[in-house]
Design a protein around this ligand. Sequence first.
Ligand code: GUN
Ligand code: ZN
Length: 376
Amino acid sequence: MPGMIDGHIHASQYAYVGTGSDLPLLDWLQEYTFPAEMKYEALTYATDYYTRVVRQTLKNGTTTAAYFATIHTDASLELCRIADSIGQRVFVGKVNMDTPLHETYKETTEESLQETKRFLKELESRKYQLVKPIITPRFALSTTRDLLKGLGDLAKRYDVAVQTHIQENHEEVRAVMQHFPEYETYTAIYDDNGLLTNQTFLAHGIYLSDDELEVVKKRGSSIIHCPNSNLSIFSGLLDVRNLLDKNVKVCLGTDVAGGYSVSILDAIRRALHVSNTLRISRGESYRVITYKDAFRLATLDGARALGLGDEIGNFEVGKSFDALIVDVGATGSHIQYDSETPTKELVEKFIFCGDDRNISSVYVNGRNLSEETLAK
Ligand code: GUN
Ligand code: ZN
């Protein structure tokens, strides 16, 4: 099957995955996230954990990932080096934050812009084939208007993608609108500063109004649905059916470590459960998404949402070969089948009951990574 796509994952948060799901977003950031991200000032620490996250995501079938790193430029470049050397297709963003959200984990506006420029230039000079830089203002609350404007200008000048968070949690939205009283909507904050482009990936977007969705669609930006995170840290239920009906581009994301699983198969399952939950609460006329819809979000739709629709997502002639060899009968597998089981059912069973044990080979851009990566 085609390799899967994780449109939103914090590589730097993998170190504390599986803990910290007892607090809502803003408290969770203070208590767990910022202290964890500060550790990446030490390059040896970054090398260790970034190697682990690239290996584990690949092992679980993620051939393409859009990563948030931390504010540290050299550690972010280290993530780029590791992804290139192991062979994952990635976007990597050095995170930008210039507001006093945290006492020490922050930058000045000037530093943030200068370091982002250094990151872009250095990455350009390294000419990694599958590694792209991405401008990464953390979210509106972590940025001043000057920083957003400067980053919008850089995105345009260097023609690079943008990723951030939007409309994730009620308390966050209230704080953001207090931080930017001059704007009417969360979307307008990014739009007015040149950050909503056809290469912008917006994580969550749970509470976007119809008018905001119209703007997102017009700009060609995409929404990254992170159901594990949205459930784990109490953010909310995203109505993906509504986005698909409105023709807004959508990809799935693990949002590690708001989400506690590194696996996109998990994101597929959570997305289905969120959709089913909406039907339970809204009534039978609500049209749930099916496992086929969710599988497409993790592959072809995801590729399109990240601007890679011509390169990956399925096995159309001319695309790069990003693929998984799935072994339904692997040792320890939970997949039950016999010689009569139709292939379509095997796919369905893999989606619901499969795990990394069933992924016997991983190809990215035609290169078989299994021996170097999966064995470790
Ligand atoms: N909003 C701002 N930063 C973060 C983060 O690290 N994770 C999530 N889920 N939301 C955020
Ligand atoms: Zn996130």
